[in-house]
Design a protein around this ligand. Structure first.
Ligand code: IPM
Ligand code: MG
Length: 358
């Protein structure tokens, strides 16, 4: 069976890290005869530079037809002055929306060897393994009305945080399903003490919980959740939350693990088709220097094999190879302690060697 993967390297360090991730994908493809072929398209700022649009119809069509998408990262300061609807971020939001990728899985797990790289005390993060499930196609990111206009002689900016029952229900179902595969604890994060949209969120999540008696459901206000994440993060198993809250909390959770350069993510539609990308951004400050850590993107390939292509064996193999290079002390600059930092390509080489030896 042939599988078609669309590769969108994007901007900044995106090209460098995706190159290493594609090497890894090609390697397991060959080893396991997965029948995967890849097709690469410009996206984000790179696409805007080439044809004036962050997401062209051609790229969108290819993504719609693909079995899965591998994305690097998008954006950069050179696009700040571009018209709002042409900015790289708009391309990403449109892609998420057009493909219906409502379910965004952002795991945060700590490799024991990297406990010292965390900004928290090692004992607070040792063994950390949590999953943030972020709603990705609704809420304030997409709600209307939105805009900047003049009212009573002064400019006002406004957005709308809106969720329909069905949108809440389907992300809640994803949350409970994931909790069932893990430690059966789900924490729904909202701001129900202030926002009506959160009041409804909580009501629907409680309703869905009736179908999952084995899962322990708790609720937490988002401000408290931010505090708890840096106070005692191991209390969490799965967090389910809205688009904006998930954006913020997932960056905080990522940093607990020492480096945002280590974390993959999956954005899935209702059928489990998905787009896979590192949690980190395009890091324009180090783009082109060969310093970027490709492991988050390599681990995104593993998530793609696991969640969309249902190829557990090569997915496990990639995760083991990454764990191996970490335990061997191979470090890019973002996670290097006393070790001499290796380059993006050298990290890719190390993972390839581990794969070939596995
Ligand atoms: C993320 C990013 C995006 C978001 C940006 C680049 C639009 O921060 O994926 O977390 O806000 O969703
Ligand atoms: Mg973000």
């Amino acid at each position: 069976m042939s599988k078609n993967i669309v590769v969108l390297p994007g901007d900044g360090i995106g090209t460098e890290i995706v190159e290493q991730a594609v090497r890894v994908l090609d390697c397991v493809n060959e080893q396991h005869g997965l029948g995967i072929s890849t097709q690469t398209f410009a996206f984000g700022g790179a696409s805007y530079d080439q044809c004036g649009e962050p997401l062209t119809d051609e790229t969108l069509k290819a993504c719609q037809a693909a079995d899965a998408i591998l994305l690097g990262s998008i954006g950069g300061p050179q696009y700040d002055a571009a018209p709002r609807d042409k900015r790289p971020e708009r391309g990403l939001l449109r892609l998420r929306s057009e493909l219906g990728l409502f379910s965004n899985l952002r795991p945060a797990m700590l490799y024991p060897e990297l406990a010292d790289a965390s900004s928290l005390k090692p004992e607070l993060v040792a063994g950390l393994d949590l999953m943030i499930l972020r709603e990705l196609t609704g809420g304030i990111y997409f709600g209307g009305p939105r805009g900047i206009e003049t009212r009573d002689g002064q400019k006002v900016g406004f957005n709308t945080m809106v969720y329909g029952e069905n949108e809440i229900r389907r992300i809640a179902v994803s949350g409970f399903d994931i909790a069932m595969q893990r430690n059966k604890r789900l924490c729904s994060v909202d701001k129900a003490n202030v926002l009506e949209v959160s009041e409804l969120w909580r009501e629907v999540v409680i309703d869905v919980s009736k179908d999952y008696p084995a899962v322990e459901l708790t609720h937490m206000y988002v401000d408290n959740a931010a505090m708890q994440l840096v106070r005692a993060p191991k209390q969490f198993d799965v967090i389910v939350t809205s688009n904006l809250f998930g954006d913020i909390l997932s960056d905080a959770a990522a940093m607990l693990t020492g480096s945002i350069g280590m974390l993959p993510s999956a954005s899935l539609d209702i059928h489990g088709k998905g787009m896979y990308e590192p949690v980190h951004g395009s890091a324009p400050d180090i783009a082109g220097t060969g310093k970027a850590n490709p492991l988050a993107t390599i681990l995104s390939v593993s998530m793609m094999l696991r969640y969309t292509l249902k190829e557990k064996k090569p997915a496990d193999q990639i995760e083991q190879a990454v764990a191996q290079v970490i335990s061997d002390g191979v470090r890019c600059a973002d996670i290097a302690g006393n070790e001499t930092a290796v380059s993006t390509i050298q990290m890719g080489d190390a993972v390839m060697t581990a794969l070939h030896n596995s």
